[in-house]
Design a protein. Structure first.
Length: 260
């Protein structure tokens, strides 16, 4: 089962295009050990093969996702649901209680839940096909081939960003976040990419700090507006992003000066 995904994982050399956690991740292992026998069989088999999954990346977003552990919700009538993943901006649910039998998959975006497939296997296969339709043949070929490795200059940028230090030190009266940034590298970068999320983890994003005026060895405070219209600034926190991969050149603004 799910040979199509096994084939895509083997074919695609862009590492972050498909991300699977694996069946031995703590979350999935706990799920299978605890309620595994109650899950719809095709969902349980998917978790036992791949674990949770984030598939078909576009910029910083995955079009299709499977949760490694379902969480509970309710439909407009108050009937209980279990969220098992998402397609684009619609969350995917099955109705509770779980009893080890297949259940139809519902998707819920802005108009309420609607049944889109008779079981999990048909849902994810259908949505995978829908995702692939968004890519031209040339785009898919490039994704399968994978990106060119970093140049020597790009490697210097990656090394430099590792040597920047920063911390969130407060908020301005206008609701901007205040960052103290130290440049411990030997070069000047145009921007420094960091992650921004809400404390309840319901919102996740990023921001690019303009650090072109922070010379090697210097420390500067930078004010930056971050999603003020979406989230109360007091509920936001900052976190370090991992080193960029070659396929993420366009997402990390540290490389901006090299592209211009």
């Amino acid at each position: 089962m799910y040979e199509w995904l096994e084939n895509e994982l083997a074919e695609i050399r862009t590492k972050t295009f498909h991300v699977v956690d694996g069946p031995h991740s703590p979350e999935v292992a706990n799920t299978l050990r605890g309620i595994g026998n109650l899950l719809p069989p095709t969902y349980r088999i998917f978790l036992s093969q791949f674990g949770g999954a984030r598939l078909y990346r576009q910029l910083d977003y995955y079009l299709l996702g499977v949760l490694g552990s379902p969480w509970e919700g309710k439909d407009p009538t108050g009937a209980p649901l279990a969220c098992i993943g998402h397609y684009d901006d619609a969350r995917a649910y099955v109705r509770l209680p779980l009893d080890g039998e297949e259940r139809p998959v519902l998707e819920w975006s802005g108009t309420g839940p609607r049944e889109v497939s008779s079981n999990f296997e048909r849902w994810i296969e259908k949505r995978a096909v829908d995702c692939k339709k968004r890519y031209k043949k040339t785009q898919w070929a490039q994704i399968a081939k994978g990106p060119a490795p970093f140049t020597a200059e790009e490697e210097r940028v990656v090394d430099a960003r590792r040597k920047f230090e920063w911390k969130l030190v407060g908020r301005t009266d206008r609701g901007e976040l205040k960052f103290e940034v130290y440049n411990g590298s030997g070069m000047v970068l145009p921007f420094l990419s960091i992650g921004i999320r809400s404390r309840d983890r319901q919102f996740n994003g990023g921001v690019y700090l303009p650090v072109s005026t922070v010379a090697p060895g210097e420390t500067t405070v930078i004010n930056r507006e971050c999603y003020r219209k979406q989230v109360d600034p007091d509920q936001l926190e900052a976190f370090a992003l991992p080193d960029p991969e070659p396929e993420e050149r366009d997402r990390y603004w540290e490389f901006r000066a090299l592209r211009e």
